[in-house]
Design a protein around this ligand. Structure first.
Ligand SMILES: Nc1ncnc2c1ncn2[C@@H]1O[C@H](COP(=O)(O)OP(=O)(O)OP(=O)(O)O)[C@@H](O)[C@H]1O
Ligand SMILES: [Mg+2]
Length: 183
């Protein structure tokens, strides 16, 4: 399949050469990131645009880049503290940025009911930005409107990042992200 390379320039720096697949359409965007730093920069672009109440669902196997992307997203929101996956609790809350960041990881959660039982709903209905790693495990209880972001290994330093907007509000956000990241 043919691929097209676009160069993402912005006032605050060069995004790096990112490969965007021509099969991307209005409500999806398929990107190849070439490094962890580039994945963080993409996350930062989204963090700059994120709005109160946004839900970002991250899917993908171990080490596919979900936390790396979230670190950038936090940076884009203005969070200064370091971001690591919550290990033994459901979520880490970071409040130092433009909006609260609720960084949720359901890897160890046995299913959707357990996630609800330990407070997922409070985060989903909160006034911060929810980022949920391993979201595919609790798909049944996630709001139908969301941004779904699927990570995949391509090689040691490359990751596929497939973004799908569900709902008009996330469509608008994805449109803005496309412009912000790729011009
Ligand atoms: N292009 C890339 N994008 C993101 N991470 C990359 C890339 N290339 C290499 N890496 C490395 O892959 C690893 C990604 O780890 P990360 O913790 O973000 O994965 P994860 O999907 O959150 O995994 P887990 O399911 O264990 O939480 C890091 O060690 C990072 O340096
Ligand atoms: Mg992680």
């Amino acid at each position: 399949m043919e691929i097209e390379t676009r160069f993402g320039w912005r006032e605050n720096g060069f995004l790096g050469n990112v490969i965007v697949s021509p099969v991307s359409n209005d409500h999806t965007l398929d990107i190849i990131s070439h490094s962890a730093a580039q994945t963080q920069r993409l996350g930062a672009r989204l963090g700059e645009l994120a709005r109160a109440g946004d839900v970002f669902c991250l899917e993908g196997e171990l080490s596919s880049g979900k936390t790396c992307f979230t670190q950038g997203l936090g940076r884009g929101l203005g969070v200064l503290e370091s971001i690591h996956s919550p290990t033994f609790i459901l979520a880490n809350e970071h409040r130092g940025g433009r909006l609260p960041l609720y960084h949720i990881d359901v890897y160890r959660v046995r299913g959707a009911d357990e996630a609800i039982g330990i407070g997922l709903d409070d985060y989903l209905s909160g006034d911060g930005v929810c980022v949920i790693e391993w979201a595919e495990k609790i798909r049944a209880v996630l709001p139908p409107e969301r941004l779904w972001i699927k990570f995949r290994h391509v090689d040691a330093n490359k990751r596929g990042i497939f973004i799908e907007a569900c709902g008009a509000s996330y469509q608008a956000l994805l449109d803005q992200f496309r412009v912000s990241a790729f011009g």
